[in-house]
Design a protein around this ligand. Structure first.
Ligand code: SF4
Length: 466
């Protein structure tokens, strides 16, 4: 998962940085901007969120932006790492930035790269050199050789391009005015720039835009079914984002309503409050509260100066972030039965901490509801949960998870209600059911089942030949 941005037509660089801030939730490791400056490209990158990127007061013709969440390569730990791991990347005449994860780099080529975005830039550059600069043909070659997810935007020969892999795992949208074309991971970026959303980039479609706003659409590769990541709707994307004609907020609301019906089936005591874990689960908590006719109270407040625990690197870092992540309204807790709603339970760290904190403050009972069903398999397509050992539901049944987190009842979303709430049938649900949509990912799963591991290495970075 990362955020990408591409802008064509003179546009204030500082405003582009503000737009990139709207993609901070997709990656808080580091961020970068690239822009054209006469006959060359300049870049500026910073650790953490995009607000720290230093840029001059200019309005270049071409801009690319990237927020990084590392799923390949290490985390950025010092400014020395910025050029190595943080996009946008240049390779000869092509510049690009990418969201997703490539799982088979070492079987495609033995060129040494530090991350998969650099790998894609290199592969495109090699194909462009070999075919005389034919971009659609270079993408056909790329689709034929790489396995994984890749939504990307870039610059080639003064033009802006956008490509979304044929499975359509990760979102990518665009819009145009007379002056500007903008490509972005999520549509709220276009809203802020006052550029109307035109549509999603279709899976397997390459779009090329010139300075006049003319658009060429090339069908590069077609799959009979697509595999849109359901977790984008549940957790990653901003609630204001529109993806595949769905407002993410509406999907989350429907997830909450479905979860309320699951809660009712359990005949539990009516809670005093429904309480969202900020921020992602707010729409679902509103829907649960409405459906159950119980007030929603925001008694868990977020320490907004911390990042997302999910995006934190080590378990120690996650534990320490989780501890200082929330502030509680103590007066509202004592003696109450509380139904807490969160988007998901990945490692169980946050859920356990919250329930412990609420009980320490005198809560009579704490029920815990997750809008995402149990995640039983790792993700190889852009979330850094790349081993079974990082997922509590991979090895633990629901009753044991409830015991571990200390919940008086645990209510999980069901898989079919996720599909109904999103309203799409062609979803990737691999982290729920193990049905990986790509061949190399299936091979990795097969290898994992035959080779035990004592390291924390990501499954797709392991060498199974030994
Ligand atoms: S495995 Fe899960 S998180 Fe990864 S792309 Fe598929 S649905 Fe999304």
């Amino acid at each position: 998962m990362c955020g990408v941005l591409g802008i064509l037509g003179n546009f204030q660089l500082k405003m582009a940085r503000d737009l990139l801030l709207l993609l901070t939730h997709r990656g808080q490791d580091a961020a970068g901007l690239l822009w054209s400056d006469e006959n060359s490209f300049k870049t500026s990158k910073a650790m953490g969120n995009p607000g720290k990127i230093e840029v001059p007061e200019i309005s270049p013709k071409h801009i690319l932006g990237s927020t990084r969440y590392p799923t390949t390569g290490k985390r950025v730990v010092s400014s020395d790492d910025l050029d190595t791991f943080v996009g946008p990347f240049n390779s000869d005449d092509i510049s690009m930035t990418h969201n997703g994860n490539i799982t088979n780099m070492s079987s495609v080529s033995n060129i040494q790269v530090d991350c998969d975005s650099e790998f894609i830039a290199e592969r495109l550059s090699i194909h462009l050199k070999a075919n005389g600069g034919n971009l659609p043909d270079a993408f056909k070659k790329l689709e034929g050789e790489v396995d994984g997810s890749f939504s990307l935007t870039g610059l080639y020969q003064e033009k802006l391009f956008a490509y979304r892999d044929s499975h359509g795992f990760k979102p990518l949208v665009f819009g145009r005015t007379k002056k500007n074309t903008i490509v972005a991971s999520e549509s709220q970026v276009l809203d802020m720039a006052e550029v109307p959303l035109e549509r999603d980039v279709y899976p397997g479609e390459l779009l090329i835009f010139d300075q006049k706003g003319t658009m060429e659409s090339h069908s590069i590769s077609q799959n009979s079914t697509h595999s849109h990541c359901f977790f984008e709707y549940v957790y990653f994307a901003h609630p204001a984002a529109k993806m595949e004609n769905q407002l993410v907020y509406d999907v989350r609301f429907r997830l909450g309503r479905a979860l309320a019906h699951s809660f009712l089936k359990l005949n539990l005591e009516v809670p005093d409050y429904v309480v969202p874990v900020p921020d992602t689960s707010r729409p679902a908590a509103q829907a649960m509260a409405e459906t159950l006719s119980v007030p929603m109270r925001e008694i868990i407040l977020k320490n907004r100066y911390l990042g997302r625990t999910f995006i934190a690197g080590s378990q120690e870092e996650r534990n320490s972030m989780a501890k200082s992540k929330y502030i509680y309204l103590d007066d509202k807790i004592s003696g109450k039965t509380i139904l807490v709603v969160d988007d998901s339970i990945v490692r169980g760290t946050t859920a356990k901490m919250i329930i412990t904190d609420l009980k320490k403050r005198g809560a009579a009972k704490v029920y815990f509801a997750a809008t995402c069903p149990p995640q039983t398999h790792p993700c190889y397509y852009g979330i850094d949960i790349a081993t079974d050992s990082e997922l509590i539901a991979c090895t633990t049944d629901i009753n044991s998870i409830a015991d571990f987190i200390g919940a008086d009842a645990l209510i999980y979303q069901e898989q079919h209600t996720v599909e109904n709430a999103i309203g799409l049938k062609d979803l990737c649900l691999a982290c729920l059911d193990g049905n990986y949509p790509t061949e190399h990912a299936r091979k990795i799963r097969n290898n994992v089942s035959q080779h035990s591991s004592t390291t924390n290495q990501r499954d797709y970075e392991r060498d199974f030949s030994q």
